[in-house]
Write a new protein. Structure first.
Length: 122
């Protein structure tokens, strides 16, 4: 008998798992998870992703990014890790401006949401 195996486990038939249930997401993970204000959470997440990308593209240290954004290094660290509590969309827009970006806001009826809701950040 091989070491580490007992005779019962060596003879046991493998368990057959039932097929996993797969649900189609809504396109907003925050809504799917039941997070309050999911459209706002998604918009903030997309803005923070853009901020994080710009910091990486410019090869800025968190300290240097903090100087540009008016934040201390620990707050930059928390921001790029997705900690957006306390940041308004307006403030995130100002961070993008400080990183040399022009922010344009377009309001239009969503083609996919019957209630006309939806946030698109590109």
């Amino acid at each position: 008998m091989p070491t580490g195996l007992n005779s019962k486990s060596a003879r046991k038939k493998p368990a057959i798992d039932a097929p996993a249930r797969i649900d189609r997401g809504s396109g907003n993970v925050f809504a799917d998870l039941g997070i309050p204000n999911p459209d706002l959470a998604l918009a903030k997440a997309k803005l923070v992703q853009r901020i994080r990308d710009l910091i990486a593209e410019r090869r800025l240290t968190q300290a240097k990014a903090g100087e540009l954004l008016g934040l201390d290094q620990p707050k930059v660290s928390a921001l790029v890790r997705g900690r957006v509590e306390g940041y308004t969309l307006d403030r995130l827009f100002r961070f993008l401006n400080a990183l040399g970006q022009r922010v344009e806001i377009t309001v239009r009826r969503s083609e996919t949401d019957a209630e006309g809701r939806g946030v698109v950040v590109t």
